[in-house]
Write a protein that binds this ligand. Structure first.
Ligand code: 13P
Ligand code: SF4
Length: 302
């Protein structure tokens, strides 16, 4: 096992030499977050990928995030250090299934969560993330919205819109597992702690939350909101950022089992090797990328 600090130094030197930037999602391992130029939620990372200088983006996250970066910055080399890091929810809908759903609801707009393949984004009218799903849904002209693939996020949005939402039946394996009894147990152990959850959680869990937000939204709430103790209802990788950026407060995971195995696939060795070999590169065929780009850019201008 190579020393963590040595590997981090090597990566930072390689990064400068190769004019690369490192983007890391909030669920990445602590040692990866610590060497990233930006650690953030899907929306912040998509914006960063579109705006950043540099020739190479090392995307420490899962495949749809690297694909989004490749779509927005086709002139850059986008590396996904752990080639098999995927989001199972993104695999819960295909482009063909979405085309069929459109034929069933021809008057509905299609809003796709960013946790989708490029093919599905290409078939959608507009993309959204957990940070902006409600405003995106409210911004489309149509009164009905086919929302894919996360049923829980789609259901959550119904609380803030008059539009008819037709949610797909996808879900996140990590967030969908949080239960009402997890909240009861955590609250019993920490009665003064506020419950903060991600909108990928089930509706009955969301009903019990004090605040619902994207991963970075949770960090912002802890930084600026009331209280000193928080029960965190999302993947446990976020705990590192919370402890680092708000060290005076106390955090308790809603469940210790909330681990996204795909987000944890990326190691420092993968990052170093990706920078040495420029592999694995993520590319999206331009015919698909052009249509997917429109749906992502419509979101980014909102
Ligand atoms: P955020 O966009 O809130 O970071 O969420 C991404 C994700 O995959 C949640 O499971
Ligand atoms: Fe996908 Fe859930 Fe992992 Fe996020 S936490 S990448 S939605 S499986």
């Amino acid at each position: 096992m190579q020393d963590t600090a040595m590997l981090q130094d090597e990566i930072l030197r390689l990064k400068d030499r190769k004019n690369a930037i490192i983007l890391a999602h909030n669920y990445q391992r602590p040692e990866i977050q610590d060497i990233a130029d930006i650690t953030g939620d899907s929306l912040e990372l998509a914006r960063a990928a579109a705006a950043m200088d540099g020739e190479v983006i090392v995307f420490c996250g899962v495949d749809f995030m690297a694909e989004t970066a490749a779509i927005l910055s086709p002139e850059k080399t986008v590396l996904l250090p752990a080639q098999d890091a995927c989001c199972p929810m993104a695999g819960m809908i295909s482009a063909a299934e979405l085309r069929f759903a459109r034929t069933r609801h021809p008057d509905a707009a299609v809003v796709c969560y960013v946790n989708t393949t490029a093919d599905v984004k290409a078939e959608s009218d507009i993309c959204c993330t957990s940070a902006n799903a409600v405003s995106v849904i409210n911004a489309v002209r149509e009164n009905a919205v086919i929302f894919v693939p996360d049923r829980n996020l789609g259901q959550y949005a119904t609380r803030f819109t008059k539009k008819t939402i037709l949610p797909w039946e996808g879900f996140c394996l990590v967030h969908d597992r949080f239960s009402v009894s997890d909240v009861a147990i955590a609250k019993q152990a920490h009665p003064d702690a506020a419950v903060l959850v991600h909108p990928e959680c089930r509706p009955d869990v969301i009903d019990l939350a004090d605040h619902v937000a994207s991963t970075s939204g949770i960090v912002r709430y802890v930084k600026s909101g009331p209280g000193n103790e928080f029960i965190i209802g999302t993947e446990i990788g976020i705990m590192h950022r919370l402890a680092k950026e708000c060290p005076g407060k106390r955090y308790f995971p809603l469940s210790e089992k909330a681990v996204c195995v795909n987000m944890k696939k990326t190691t420092l060795v993968h990052v170093r090797d990706a920078l040495v070999t420029f592999h694995p590169v993520i590319t999206v065929p331009e015919e698909i990328a052009a249509r997917a780009r429109s749906s992502i850019e419509r979101m980014l201008v909102l």
